[in-house]
Design a protein around this ligand. Structure first.
Ligand SMILES: [Zn+2]
Length: 359
């Protein structure tokens, strides 16, 4: 069906697992050193936000701690790797290590996110300022991740003498976009006008969902197969447009938030189609988007294993948009649109459904 294109799958084949297990200590040590070196190389000497010289960066959380606490059991939670099953990464995480990044100083971390990181502010629709703070955090995390990846590719290329220029071009383009997104969000947090972002969807559920999430996603296609982002377009003037999604489990309820930059036309058809769905179907769509596009989902540790072991769910979670193609005449974006087809939303368990709430 996909001709020569196979969507790169993140899972490890069983026999690779065995091989890995046999040499686990060696592999972990090698990988540990590689990651440490890359992390050191990617580190700046100043806070990304205020520019103050900084030696000890804040351990910032992508998803607010109070949400992670809600789904943790004895301080531990599962994250997407539980499904992706890459043996060198841990599948269980302590709250302090869950989805963290280090590029801003403690002072900035304490000041930048105060509105959105206050659980009392979720009793009503989030303000524009809260959305701006969420976007700001998302871009900081993306910038941090991309810098780390650039350093990793540089080190890989040094180690194996292979050129990785195509990857680096994409990484650098991404980094530019994230920097632009960060600047826009920063301006939005400082302005008194509330119109920098458009809230596509807000839902207040009167139960606690077993997953937590906060990130930006580049949707590839809408419900009718129309391309929203051609993630394979590497021309420098092509812009990827992100949608921000949050799943926040709170004390007695959960909120779901989805927003874009105000005036962003790329998501118009998606929004029109999404708006017509029932609440149940909207939740299924968001659930499917998270599992198919992201590797940053946190799970309640007490979650039913039958759900986590669902074959289709694992398949969807392992899919990435990195297309491997041996034929330059095939069109990867069409294959990607097929692979990420939102009409497959009914094929995986819906973690946002009340039936799966935390009791
Ligand atoms: Zn700072």
């Amino acid at each position: 069906m996909f001709n020569d294109i196979t969507m790169l799958n993140l899972g490890f084949p069983e026999n690779d697992h065995e091989l890995f297990e046999q040499n686990k200590i060696y592999h972990n040590k090698q990988l540990g050193e590689f990651i440490k070196k890359s992390r050191d190389d990617s580190k700046d000497s100043t806070c990304y936000n205020c520019g103050t010289p900084c030696t000890s960066f804040c351990n910032s959380h992508s998803v607010p701690k109070f949400c992670l606490k809600k789904i943790a059991v004895n301080g531990q939670l599962y994250y997407s790797n539980t499904l992706i099953n890459v043996p060198v990464l841990d599948s269980e995480k302590g709250i302090n290590k869950a989805g963290t990044f280090r590029i801003i100083c403690r002072d900035c971390d304490n000041k930048m996110f105060t509105d959105y990181e206050n659980p009392d502010n979720y009793l009503q629709v989030p303000t524009g300022k809260m959305l701006a703070q969420i976007a700001l955090k998302n871009y900081l995390m993306s910038i941090s991740k991309r810098k780390m990846e650039i350093a990793m590719y540089n080190n890989l290329s040094k180690m194996y003498g292979k050129t990785v220029s195509q990857h680096q071009t994409i990484n650098n383009l991404d980094l530019n976009q994230f920097t632009g997104g960060f600047k826009y969000a920063k301006k939005a947090t400082e302005m008194k006008w509330d119109d920098y972002y458009f809230l596509l969807y807000y839902e207040n559920l009167d139960y606690i969902v077993p997953i937590a999430f906060q990130n930006n996603i580049a949707l590839i296609t809408d419900f009718e197969g129309k391309i929203i982002n051609n993630v394979y377009d590497t021309t420098s003037n092509y812009q990827i447009k992100y949608i921000h999604i949050c799943i926040f489990p709170l004390e007695k309820h959960s909120v779901i938030i989805m927003f874009i930059d105000n005036g962003e036309k790329r998501y118009s058809s998606f929004y029109k189609q999404f708006k017509k769905l029932s609440v149940d179907d909207k939740l299924k769509t968001i659930n499917y988007i998270l599992f198919s596009y992201s590797e940053d989902i946190f799970f309640h540790k007490g979650i039913d294993n039958v759900l986590l072991n669902n074959t289709k769910l694992r398949e969807v979670a392992q899919q990435t948009s990195v297309a491997l193609t041996s034929n330059p005449f095939t069109n990867p974006i069409k294959s990607a649109a097929n692979a990420f087809d939102l009409n497959k939303r009914n094929t995986i368990p819906n973690f946002l459904d009340e039936a799966n709430k935390i009791k």
